[in-house]
Design a protein around this ligand. Structure first.
Ligand SMILES: Cc1cc2nc3c(=O)[nH]c(=O)nc-3n(C[C@H](O)[C@H](O)[C@H](O)COP(=O)(O)OP(=O)(O)OC[C@H]3O[C@@H](n4cnc5c(N)ncnc54)[C@H](O)[C@@H]3O)c2cc1C
Length: 466
């Protein structure tokens, strides 16, 4: 009897892995042949940060399964078919995916496998509730967060299950490029973010014990370790959200953690039911909005300054440097940096979203692109366009000590709290001068007016009121 193939993707764990449990339950004496199929195309596009985290998580999973994980490198849909065929397997099991790319790949994989008489069985999801399962009483998909959140609480999401007992078949495939990637030293230090199941669980308990009670407030202060930093582990399925939700319930303040986790489900269900709105304006009235032409020298210079963390706005620059240096950015600062690109620099949200996706360890097309659209005004439930974040006031309010800025923009570390949020106010000579830090590239007050002018033009052009 041939083994059952378990195809790991965004579920790099054994605990509460229901696809793996399913594979184990139908496997006979030849056990479960587990594979991870690298996509050469995605590997070429991903930042060293993301690749390093993925490799770290895969090494850990491979150890957990007794060094029996198979690895291919090329075209996943085709490679998994070849692998299953070579073992004469008749079933491939995997966790269902909901991103536009994941769904396309699975449709193709299903067709390629079917040509060889092999079934692709998809189940469970990387979410508390599979996208599309919860509908409004009208039968429509949810488009507003709070009713969705209430519906999730009412529905419940089940308890996490222990790792299933699995007999893993010996390894039969380990492509040379996969070996090269997995055996080389990591190109980027990702040790701040747990990439093994054990480390993720440890971080969860540590976070809930130390920070859940104050999470509601502290989660907005980027200078604190006030959030879980489990987003990369969630992105790659090193931990399932059911585990976080179940554990959070035992801690005061855990309800707010659950609420944030439900945002992840919310965006996933919007993306899966409206895939066009992932890269296009969800609210198509915003199609009339006039962004700057990205090919002009001014737009290119501004975008470059934003990417490099040299806009002259310390909180924006700290965030962009945190992203480049660590592969992660604090949520509050993501909002400020995104707003700055869209509303102060007048650059299309899609350009910023793409840059974030390439660099964030937790880069997830649903959470990322709908958060960008939330900021830009074109998303579901979005902030109205006319609410323009003031980067100085946001900085004074949420990084009141200036310590976040000091950490990521060391050339400003000598400035007092009075000047650190707006170094252009510091005396141009003497110890409080802003040293090598760049001049601000735009004036927020002027660009805010310009953003509002364009907003009014869009509204007039579209003949709508809001
Ligand atoms: C412009 C922008 C882009 C973003 N891009 C991504 C992305 O690509 N991937 C991503 O996972 N999150 C994204 N977020 C949401 C949020 O910033 C991160 O999930 C959060 O910062 C992760 O840190 P944490 O694990 O410490 O979160 P915690 O505060 O500990 O929250 C726990 C978990 O809840 C989920 N969560 C928390 N806040 C949000 C939120 N606002 N939206 C969706 N899920 C949330 C995450 O899975 C997170 O790990 C983005 C937000 C903005 C404003």
């Amino acid at each position: 009897m041939a083994p059952v193939v378990m195809w790991f993707r965004r579920d790099l764990r054994v605990r509460d892995n229901r696809a793996l449990a399913r594979a184990a339950s139908i496997a006979g004496e030849d056990g479960v042949a587990a594979i991870f199929a690298f996509s050469a195309q995605l590997m070429a596009k991903s930042s060293p940060q993301r690749v390093s985290y993925l490799l770290d998580a895969l090494r850990s999973l491979n150890l957990t399964v007794g060094d029996r994980l198979n690895f291919s490198y090329g075209d996943p849909a085709r490679d998994v078919g070849d692998f299953a065929s070579s073992l004469e397997a008749s079933i491939v099991v995997a966790t269902r995916e909901f991103s536009p790319l994941g769904r396309q790949r699975d449709l193709r994989a299903k067709a390629l496998l079917a040509e060889r008489g092999i079934a692709l069985e998809l189940g469970d999801s990387p979410y508390l509730i599979p996208p599309g399962k919860l509908l409004r009483s009208s039968g429509d998909h949810y488009r507003v967060f709070t009713p969705f959140y209430k519906a999730v609480l009412a529905q419940g999401f089940g308890e996490p299950r222990p790792a299933p007992a699995v007999e893993f078949a010996p390894r039969s495939r380990f492509d040379a490029l996969a070996q090269e990637a997995l055996l080389a030293p990591l190109r980027f230090d990702v040790s701040q973010f747990p990439a093994s199941e054990e480390a993720a669980r440890h971080r969860l308990v540590e976070f809930l014990s130390a920070s859940a009670a104050s999470y509601r407030v502290d989660r907005n202060d980027p200078s604190l370790e006030g959030t879980s930093r489990l987003s990369p582990a969630l992105r790659f399925g090193v931990i399932h959200p059911r585990e976080i939700a179940a554990a959070a319930g035992d801690f005061p303040g855990g309800d707010e953690v659950l609420r944030q986790l439900v945002w992840r489900d919310f965006f996933a269900q919007v993306a899966s039911s409206a895939p066009r709105g992932v890269w296009e304006n969800f609210d198509t009235r915003y199609d009339l909005f006039e962004f700057d032409d990205p090919s002009t020298a001014q737009a290119r210079d501004r975008l470059d300054a934003w990417k490099q963390g040299s806009t002259g706005y310390p909180i924006v620059d700290a965030g962009m440097r945190q992203l480049r240096n660590t592969g992660w950015m604090h949520n509050r600062v993501r909002m400020i940096a995104a707003s700055f690109l869209v509303k102060d620099l007048h650059i299309h949200w899609r350009i910023g979203a793409k840059f974030f996706l390439e660099h964030l360890l937790d880069g997830d097309v649903a959470s990322n692109n709908f958060s960008w659209q939330w900021v830009a005004g074109s998303g579901t439930d979005a902030v109205p366009y006319f609410r323009v974040f003031n980067p100085v006031l946001q900085s004074k309010r949420f990084d009141a000590t200036g310590n976040y800025i000091r950490r990521f923009v060391p050339e400003l570390a000598h400035l007092s709290n009075r000047f650190i949020h707006e170094p252009w106010e510091a005396p141009s000579q003497g110890p409080l001068a802003a040293s090598s830090y760049p001049e601000r590239i735009v004036r927020h007050d002027l660009e805010r007016e310009e953003a509002l002018r364009r907003y009014a033009t869009m509204k007039r052009g579209g003949g709508w009121e809001r």
